[in-house]
Design a protein. Structure first.
Length: 240
């Protein structure tokens, strides 16, 4: 968790600069979001996990669960969406809680197929996820459970950067409080769309002070342009 140096007040959850406890932190989160969007060389990755027997929380890898995955492009196109085939019959209320229907569960794919397809799709790509550590732990457990070789995710977690952008201080007074991801729905696809909406919200926000570097970056301290031309990117790289 990012520490909130110089923090001495709380903030609302809109990321307003007027009462942020450390405006430099907020500016850095905005610039981070702008650089990521300008790169366009990343994919959005969302997961949805629902435990079939919530009362068996201590069973670890033996606990049956529904796991949905989705991969979207930065412009919102769905590249991959799948449900890992459950090992037992799933009650209707659990399916509904997961945001699916029984037809989707019936057509679910074995984890080995899902892992193979996902590995090919994200090979060499950076991912934007809400919590990279949680995603890696989930897949480490699934790979062990289903006897598949492990693979390592690379990319960015949005939750810490968004907490730094919002600037709400936790109860201890030393760190930024983690915020929930706002999404229109509960599916893995909805989570991906919530990620890109949050990223653009950060990137399009005005900085209270202009600490961004000067040059052909495609934005100023107050206004943001989503994309740079290839020529401008080359000029910026060369310092022209």
């Amino acid at each position: 968790m990012q520490s909130a140096k110089g923090a001495n007040s709380k903030n609302d959850t809109n990321g307003s600069s007027s009462n942020h406890p450390n405006v430099i932190d907020r500016n850095q989160a905005i610039v981070w979001a702008r650089y990521l969007i300008d790169s366009s060389d990343f994919l959005l990755f969302g997961t949805k996990v629902t435990y079939i027997h919530p009362d068996r929380a201590g069973d670890g890898l033996d606990q049956p669960m529904l796991v949905s995955l989705a991969v979207l492009t930065p412009d919102g196109k769905t590249l991959f969406e799948s449900l890992v085939k459950p090992e037992e019959i799933v009650p209707n209320q659990i399916v509904a809680q997961h945001g699916l229907d029984q037809a989707i569960v019936f057509n679910a794919r074995p984890f080995s197929d899902v892992a193979h397809a996902l590995s090919r799709l994200i090979d060499g790509k950076q991912l934007l996820v809400w919590d990279m550590s949680a995603v890696q732990v989930l897949f480490d457990e699934l790979c062990v459970k289903y006897g598949q070789p492990p693979f390592v995710f690379t990319g960015h977690s949005l939750k810490d950067q968004y907490a730094r952008f919002v600037g709400e201080i936790d109860a201890g007074g030393a760190n930024y409080k983690l915020q929930p991801l706002k999404s229109k729905g509960i599916s893995a696809v909805a989570q991906c769309r919530g990620l890109i909406d949050t990223l653009y919200k950060m990137a399009s926000s005005s900085q209270k002070t202009n600490t961004a570097e000067t040059g052909n970056l495609g934005w100023t301290g107050q206004f943001y342009k989503p994309k740079l031309s290839t020529a401008d990117k080359i000029k910026d790289l060369l310092g022209l």
